[in-house]
Design a protein around this ligand. Structure first.
Ligand SMILES: [Zn+2]
Length: 271
């Protein structure tokens, strides 16, 4: 069976980090070969790098400043990010970063500036870039049109935009990743958008520990200390199965396609 690749998760999240040794056997049993592990703020970047050293191959590090975390940044956040990138030239990707007008108190002008700086950095080194966008598609497209992005394109993780925007975003270089949360009944509009995505631009992700799939698509149950459910990264095969059903594709064929798309976009040829 073709291995699987998680295009976006957060294994460094404090809700998962200390439990990783216990989660790893099921991740490996699920034939998950690679995870793009996304840092979101200066505090968690070192944790992502530690995981990359501890689990080489499985953990591919990506660092960025997420719109929810911009208030925590130091004055020299960009220098710090550049430092990680130059220290590990080409092997550390960019993101999670992006734009969010869904959150409370978005400080949107700051968000625009911070995202544009990270886009420029990804463009300069042609790094895979993982973008978060909620309710900010107009400004995102405006920024992508006005600025040079990475030549290889960019990933719209857990894409929640409309079906109508897919052609324009595709032309701009977008890849679209599908998460298990979209298998929930009320997400039909998002599923309709994914039916419009060109097959060579599709990826899958867990976004673990978030974006929990509905009960019937969960194999591994995980809870935080307060008993709240978490998304286990080994639920990825069920995300792929759900996506195959939505697209009317054979699951083995879809696995091959997703593996090719992952290798092509992230450039991880050797694995
Ligand atoms: Zn994320």
């Amino acid at each position: 069976m073709t291995p699987l690749f998680d295009a976006h998760n957060h294994l460094q999240d404090e809700r998962l980090l200390h439990r990783l040794p216990e989660l790893l056997p099921s991740i490996r049993d699920a034939r998950i070969r690679h995870c793009i592990v996304n840092g979101t703020c200066q505090d968690d970047w070192p944790h992502v790098m530690t995981l990359a050293r501890r689990y080489p191959g499985l953990v591919q590090p990506s660092l960025g400043l997420h719109p929810w975390k911009i208030a925590s940044r130091s004055q020299d956040w960009l220098e710090k990010l550049k430092c990680f990138l130059s220290l590990h030239s080409g092997t550390v990707f960019l993101g999670e970063c992006g734009l969010d007008r869904w959150m409370k108190n978005p400080q949107f002008e700051d968000q625009r500036e911070i995202f544009t700086l990270q886009l420029a950095l990804a463009a300069e080194h042609d790094l895979p870039l993982s973008i978060h966008c909620l309710q900010a598609w107009g400004p995102l497209i405006e920024i992508l049109r006005a600025n040079q992005g990475p030549a290889r394109g960019f990933l719209l993780h857990s894409y929640t935009g409309s079906a109508e925007l897919v052609p324009e975003l595709t032309e701009l270089g977008a890849r679209f990743s599908f998460s298990g949360y979209f298998l929930r009944e009320h997400k039909e509009k998002t599923r309709a958008a994914f039916r419009q995505v060109p097959l060579d631009r599709l990826l899958v992700e867990t976004d673990a520990p978030d974006m929990l799939p509905p009960d019937q698509h969960i194999e591994f149950i995980l809870r935080d200390c307060e008993g709240h459910p978490l998304n286990h990264p080994a639920n990825l095969p069920h995300v792929v199965r759900g996506l195959a059903h939505i697209l009317g594709q054979d699951e083995p064929d879809l696995r091959v396609l997703l593996a090719d798309n992952f290798r092509q976009f992230f450039g991880l040829e050797s694995l």
